[in-house]
Design a protein around this ligand. Sequence first.
Ligand SMILES: NC(=O)c1ccc[n+]([C@@H]2O[C@H](COP(=O)([O-])OP(=O)(O)OC[C@H]3O[C@@H](n4cnc5c(N)ncnc54)[C@H](O)[C@@H]3O)[C@@H](O)[C@H]2O)c1
Length: 376
Amino acid sequence: MASFHVPLKRMVDDSYDIQIGRNLFDDLVSDLKKGLTPGATRYALITDSNVEKFYANGLMTKLDEAGFRTDLFVMPAGETHKTRETKISLEDQMLEAGFGRDSAVIALGGGVVSDLGGYLAGTFGRGIPFINYSTTLLSAADASVGGKTAVDTPHATNLIGLFNQPAKVYIDIECWQTLPVREIRSGLAETVKHACLAEKEFFLWLEENITKICSGEEALLDDEACEHIAYKNCEIKYTVVKKDEKESNLRQVLNLGHTAGRAFETLCGYTYTHGECVAIGMVVQIEIALEKGLVTQEERDRTIALLQKCGLPVSVPSGTSLEDLVVKMRTDKKARSGKIRFVIQDGIGAMKSFEGGSYSLPLDEDYILSILKKMA
Ligand SMILES: NC(=O)c1ccc[n+]([C@@H]2O[C@H](COP(=O)([O-])OP(=O)(O)OC[C@H]3O[C@@H](n4cnc5c(N)ncnc54)[C@H](O)[C@@H]3O)[C@@H](O)[C@H]2O)c1
């Protein structure tokens, strides 16, 4: 008998650029010409059935004109299609079209397309490069940056996936013009989350300026305000990600509002948008923070008022089984040894670090239920 040790230490440079601007197709083509995806000779442009109508032809034409061999793959729009089944279907279409390891993926769309497209790219041919071209405020605020890629299953959201960093992220603010107002609001929920977890000054700015982006039923999309939130969201997110890419501890803070939010998202069958669920989850965690003396009544009220100003829901909708909601929280990815964990604000603009330095706190299910009942 013999035994071998295989010394395989990994030195990885996963750095990438994020470009924020308007109408960035030419920049993408120019970057490809400069070798953004070394070794790629074919491109799979993956998008969804809504984004296709607005933007796919424009990008396909530019890529064609520049001589990049590109095929378009369209998945049905919506969270209910961010599944293993959709991934398999796209993979089969790509294989049938002759795609191999010398390919790259361009994910054109919101968080659903980038989560699924990035996961697909991470496993296709054991890994090919991918580019995120973000078309929603929510993916600009959160999903397009950070390298978390995944699909949902009937049991849980985003639990099957990979950490896989893109070659580059393009955040095209001009695309927000075609977004339904509900999707604008959804992106603002992640924006409020970032302010609450990282920067009081940004929170104050949002209190003053958020209506320039969306006021009630109307999306105003003031140029300067949009640029500011795109910049601030990226800055806050990548500052955390670069310190803890694989979420060993600090990165959990980006999950603010997500323990209850994601649980509600699956429980309601994705009838609420991701941002709406995050808004509800933000309120659950701030009620916990208030009960634990981590925020004042005024800080709690101002946070809820800001979410309301964006037109976001701030309570668990009536008719929701609170017991089922708690049970769903068990599938949250922060759960350890069957115990539900929350990340919680420490005032506005900071996060609480608990015993042992962990940013997440295990909580009893009865305690969570009592908070939910109090909210109801
Ligand atoms: N990976 C991460 O770190 C991370 C972070 C936050 C959220 N997410 C994921 O992101 C997803 C939510 O992202 P989303 O809100 O962008 O969802 P989405 O991709 O489903 O987009 C929302 C809707 O807007 C449409 N759309 C997209 N761009 C458009 C445009 N410019 N004009 C008109 N319509 C457009 C889409 O077809 C869809 O109907 C969820 O799956 C969530 O889990 C991931």
